[in-house]
Design a protein around this ligand. Structure first.
Ligand SMILES: Cc1cc2nc3c(=O)[nH]c(=O)nc-3n(C[C@H](O)[C@H](O)[C@H](O)COP(=O)(O)O)c2cc1C
Length: 338
């Protein structure tokens, strides 16, 4: 009997494949479908800080000065009607998702400043969220702001949420922090139980004919998994917090790689948009088949087996890899030339 159960944020998961935040889970039928085909947890689509600020502006014109200036700075963002759910609708959807399935439902808050996070994190907990994922998608565009300040702001925000709720809190991180191991250790000190690697940045593209900058949203490809594997493998064994890999997970092989790097769970979105929710069942079948062929009985036993801590030669994770890769490339080029 093959055991593919995993442990994430203190919760037992039936398997290694979870669904990361996606509009697909905005339908309760889809949520049920995800559980039926073997998803072991679902992160709901995010509630955005900007949306909460817009809602509060709409409700109350007598805002305090600080909040008002923040709300005014939201004018370039989508109108309140452009967000798919108000926070009330979000909480109701969360309650319904909890009732509809037995797998863990993780609520997601997306923002960068203190705002109403603490209050809404509590509301999410009360509505039945098994855990909360904080997504701090932010870009440093101000030259006076130091990286240390950005990290302090993140730690402050996360610490407050962790103090305010009893359910486990995970943080979905961006890849662009300078010293990720140090930041993760500090997040752990602030009370974080899991880190999700990584947020995808949706860089705008340029239309050089219209001279316009246009938003883009492309689905991921499996090549995006590589930086996630690299960092999961470096972090594994140095953190008590669990690691989730999100980004570029498309196949059973990708799931196995994520677990072998040290992840407790591999999350999918693009693959489900491309192939449909049933794809999860196919991935799990292939994964079981692979384990059977290689005579593994427990997936948990493979966790971290290719992490930096576990491999005899750590150079592939370090600068050595960079040098080797570049020199072997020029060698191949020379051979090809003959
Ligand atoms: C259409 C769409 C909507 C998304 N919405 C959210 C969101 O609300 N909150 C969030 O944290 N991530 C969101 N994501 C990011 C995904 O949760 C996921 O981390 C990312 O797509 C990488 O995984 P993938 O390679 O499997 O797509 C969204 C992604 C897509 C494609």
């Amino acid at each position: 009997m093959i055991d593919i159960s995993m442990q994430y944020l203190g919760m037992k998961l039936s398997g290694p494949v979870a669904v990361a935040a996606t509009p697909l889970s905005e339908s309760i039928d889809n949520v049920r479908h995800m559980e039926d085909v073997g998803a072991s947890a679902i992160v709901l689509t995010s509630l955005f800080e900007e949306q909460l600020a817009l809602e509060s502006r709409a409700l109350d014109e007598d805002l305090s000065r600080g909040t008002e200036s923040f709300a005014e700075s939201l004018d370039y963002l989508p109108d309140l009607r452009d967000y798919r759910m108000t926070h009330e609708v979000y909480l109701e959807h969360l309650r319904q998702a909890r009732e509809a399935v037995d797998i863990p439902i993780i609520a997601s808050l997306n923002g960068t400043t203190r705002g109403g996070w603490v209050r809404f994190a509590r509301d999410m907990e009360q509505a039945g969220a098994h855990a909360i994922e904080l997504n701090t998608y932010a870009l440093a565009t101000d030259r006076s702001q130091t990286s240390a300040e950005i990290e302090m702001q993140l730690l402050d925000l996360v610490g407050q949420v962790c103090e305010a709720v009893k359910v486990p809190v995970a943080v979905k991180l961006s890849e662009s922090f300078t010293s990720l191991p140090h930041l993760c250790a500090r997040l752990e000190d602030a009370g974080v139980r899991g880190v999700a690697l990584f947020n995808r940045f949706y860089q705008p593209d340029f239309d050089i004919e219209a001279l316009e900058v246009r938003p883009t949203l492309h689905y991921s490809t499996p090549s995006e998994l590589l930086p996630r594997l690299h960092w999961a493998a470096i972090l594994y064994g140095h953190l008590n917090a669990d690691i989730a890999v999100t980004g570029g997970v498309h196949s059973a092989e990708d799931v196995l790689k994520a677990i072998m790097a040290g992840a407790s769970v591999a999350m999918m979105v693009s693959a489900l948009h491309i192939h449909g929710i049933d794809h999860i069942a196919r991935v799990l079948t292939s994964l079981r088949y692979w384990m059977e062929r290689h005579e593994y009985t427990s997936l948990r036993e493979t966790r971290g087996c290719l992490s930096r801590r576990s491999v005899p030669d750590t150079s592939p994770y370090d600068r050595g890899n960079y040098i080797k890769t570049l020199s072997s490339y020029s060698l191949r080029q020379t051979v090809a030339a003959f």
